[in-house]
Design a protein. Structure first.
Length: 77
């Protein structure tokens, strides 16, 4: 299953985007109970990479990928 949510980055949208990053990074997200990890095209990334909207950026796209056989997959690849 794939879920997509688009957040408009108005004044309140930017705040909501920062709060969503905190939600992703909370304790207990990973299989071993550790905090969630951010990824970009090069692999794992720092939270700061995503905190500041890019110049001209008007939306944040949130994608949740939840494959049926997720236990058998390494989704970091």
């Amino acid at each position: 299953m794939v879920k997509a949510h688009v957040v408009r980055l108005s004044a309140n949208g930017a705040k909501a985007a920062r709060l969503h990053l905190r939600y992703i990074e909370r304790d207990g997200v990973e299989k071993d109970g550790s905090k969630g990890v951010f990824y970009d095209a090069g692999g794992s990334a720092r939270r700061a990479t995503f905190e500041q909207p890019r110049i001209g950026e008007q939306h944040q796209f949130r994608l949740i990928v939840s494959p049926e056989d997720a236990v058998e997959l390494d989704l970091t690849d």
